[in-house]
Write a protein that binds this ligand. Structure first.
Ligand SMILES: Cc1ncc(COP(=O)(O)O)c(C=O)c1O
Length: 479
């Protein structure tokens, strides 16, 4: 579809903004893109790479189109977001209906029906006694809220020294200062240091890069990785540690699932030291792994779950921190309050869209669809292991990482220059040119990441595999 077909461009020349500028030009000159090297789009004569900003104008099901009319398979669901697929009329309708009825009201001492309904629904689906929902506008705010709650909870219950948090190497938990401290990606943190004190790091669960003697024994590796958390708590002092933040499947680094027994051991450690277990499910909830909450998929009980992305399938922004009855208890009394909030947290339009989105999940049995089809997805991607460049395929549900290596036998990875040439110099563009929108990432070792809408099945798995195969085969010539 060309941009002239969109409703707000009816009387304009093709591909121009209301000011009459070409979109790519206006984007280059005025849009500050997130986590983006803007020089990619600066003209060559001013030192840039002279590329044109990719502009996506339409989505339908698992597909997106750019402003030149080219179609792409959206193998990343936008950014781990569009669970039910693009172009769902009923979600647009739910938003419009709510905007007409009550476009905005805050949750500051007042409530509105959609936030109440959604809180009740999330509490019903959340494991155990996670019954209290604090809404935010996104995932980073949910993580930020969880750390603040952990600190205040311990102050209110007689353990005021407990303020530190533990998280894992290379994990991403968002960009607000607290969440960024929990994040463990050096390049994203360094420009903003000093960050919030008290954020400690432990090893992640990358089995492919596990200490050599543990690589063939996932259970022993799980025990080893979990025990590093106990070690960190002991080292910091149990009276100083408030919470541990873990994703069910760690995204950054390329989809590290938990080894067997890992979360059972983490739960034991948290109980032993009175440390809260925060399950950061900003990516892994809402069917990404197969259940509403991935802690259910892996059978552990968190004290807090943080969510965002898939809750509305991206049709409107919202996030939440879901806390246990135990954590809420001290806030029920006297003058005590959680002095924290966001103007747009639990926005009525977003809450209405989330309700309609979860209706689609139920009506179409999306979680069961993921459970039924995930083995096929994995098996199809595993075929890529015959390529010299593909070292590892890992993940769960509809969430996979493909690690690229220089030498499969030794598992040797690429150095920074090679990785730059491979990922930025070739793969990112080549994948897009091949009609596949996904992510080539080197926050850890180089990986390609896939997290498609939950509606796809075997034909799209085959399509993804074939497009990846042809691009990764060609990549051999660009090392
Ligand atoms: C695990 C996790 N936590 C937190 C965040 C931050 O979410 P947001 O970008 O909505 O602030 C992300 C974003 O990708 C995430 O993957």
């Amino acid at each position: 579809m060309s941009t002239t077909e969109t409703s707000n461009t009816a009387n304009r020349p093709s591909g121009t903004t209301p000011a009459g500028t070409a979109y790519a030009e206006a984007a280059r000159d005025h849009l500050w893109m997130h986590f983006t090297r803007q020089s990619t789009y600066e003209p060559k004569d001013s030192g840039g790479a002279g590329a044109s900003v990719p502009i996506i104008v339409k989505g339908e099901g698992a597909y997106i189109w750019d402003d030149k009319g080219r179609k792409y398979l959206d193998a990343l669901a936008g950014l781990f977001v569009v669970q039910v697929g693009h172009g769902r009329e009923e979600l647009a309708e739910a938003a419009a209906k709510q905007a007409r009825e009550l476009a905005f009201f805050p949750l500051w001492s007042y409530a509105h029906p959609r936030a109440i309904e959604l809180a009740e629904r999330l509490a019903a689906d959340a494991p155990g006694d996670l019954n209290r929902v604090f809404f935010t506008t996104g995932g980073g705010e949910a993580v930020e809220s969880a750390w603040k709650l952990a600190k205040q909870y311990f102050k209110l219950t007689g353990k005021p020294g407990k303020y530190k948090v533990i998280s894992r190497n290379i994990a991403y938990h968002g960009t607000p200062h607290g969440a960024l401290s929990i994040t463990s990606i050096p390049f994203a943190k360094e420009p903003f240091e000093p960050l919030v004190p008290g954020a400690v790091k432990v090893p992640n669960t990358n089995l492919y890069r596990a200490p050599e003697h543990l690589r063939e024994d996932p259970e022993a590796f799980g025990r080893y990785a979990a025990d590093r958390i106990a070690e960190a708590i002991e080292f910091e002092g149990p009276d100083t540690v408030a919470a541990v933040f873990l994703e069910p499947v760690q995204n950054s680094g390329g989809c590290f699932p938990p080894p067997p027994g890992y979360f059972a051991r983490v739960r034991e450690i948290c109980d032993e030291y009175d440390v809260l277990l925060v399950s950061d499910e900003v990516i892994c909830s809402f069917g990404r792994i197969g259940s509403m909450f991935a802690s259910t998929d892996f059978g552990y009980q968190p004290d807090i779950i943080t969510v965002a992305k898939g809750m509305t399938s991206g049709y409107s922004p919202i996030g939440a921190m879901i806390a246990s009855d135990r954590l809420f208890e001290p806030f029920k009394h006297g003058h005590t309050m959680f002095p924290h909030g966001y103007t747009f947290g639990g926005h009525p339009v977003s809450a209405a869209v989330a309700m309609a989105n979860l209706d689609i999940f139920e009506r179409e049995g999306l979680n069961q669809h993921v459970k039924d089809n995930a083995p096929g997805f994995r098996a199809t991607l595993n075929k890529l292991l015959d390529l010299p460049l593909v070292g590892d395929v890992r993940g769960e549900g509809y969430f996979y990482g493909i690690e690229l290596v220089k030498d499969k036998t030794t598992r040797e990875t690429f150095d920074d220059d090679e990785s730059e040439r491979l990922l930025r110099g070739f793969l990112s563009k080549a994948l897009f040119d091949a009609g596949l929108y996904c992510r080539a990432d080197d926050r850890g070792d180089p990986v390609i990441q896939l997290a498609p809408p939950l509606i796809i099945g075997q034909p799209e798995f085959d399509d993804i595999e074939q497009r990846l195969r042809s691009v990764l085969t060609e990549a051999e010539n660009h090392l």
